[in-house]
Design a protein around this ligand. Structure first.
Ligand code: MG
Length: 166
């Protein structure tokens, strides 16, 4: 078993959609980014890549590549899972903390969980999403941005099981 950590932060601005965990959330601002700026999914990608020893999201999906402009980060997550599966890794669980002063995320948590579980090929109860404010402190507290922390645990399957057969 191996573990990985992920962290990401994106700036909020008026006139952009707010996409978190693959869910389009009604809010007066959205996150700035080359892709759909789904900071929650980016943190999960980084935690998974970290656990697998595969670097980070910027190496695999550079924000200088026009191919990724406006792309759904759920696609990046699915591609991250393929990279892991190529190396015989499967996901055990993912734990996420979203740092956001607003909006309230609890109404969307279940759908996010289902979206992520589907992409990672695990049961929904293997995905945990928590949210907290920063009590109005700092840039997050001023709603200048949203940050996400993630820890992922993965497992590498036996690759020599065929040789063990009689
Ligand atoms: Mg990002």
């Amino acid at each position: 078993m191996r573990s990985g950590i992920g962290y990401d932060i994106h700036r909020l601005t008026p006139g952009r959609r707010l996409i978190l965990g693959g869910v389009d959330i009604p809010f007066e601002k959205g996150l700035i980014g080359h892709s759909d700026a789904d900071v929650l999914i980016h943190a999960i990608c980084d935690a998974l890549l970290g656990a697998a020893g595969l670097g980070d999201i910027g190496i695999h999906f550079p924000d200088t590549d026009p191919a990724y402009r406006g792309i759904s980060s759920m696609v990046l997550l699915e591609r991250t899972v393929l990279l892991l599966e190529d190396r015989h890794f499967s996901v055990i669980n993912v734990d996420v903390t979203v740092l956001a002063q607003a909006p309230k995320l609890s109404p969307f948590r279940h759908v996010m969980q289902e979206n992520i579980a589907g992409a990672l090929h695990v049961d929904a109860d293997c995905i945990n999403i928590k949210a907290t404010t920063t009590e109005g402190l700092g840039a997050i507290g001023n709603s200048e941005g949203i940050a996400v922390l993630c820890v992922a645990m993965i497992n590498q399957k036996e690759t020599n099981s065929v040789e063990k057969l009689p």
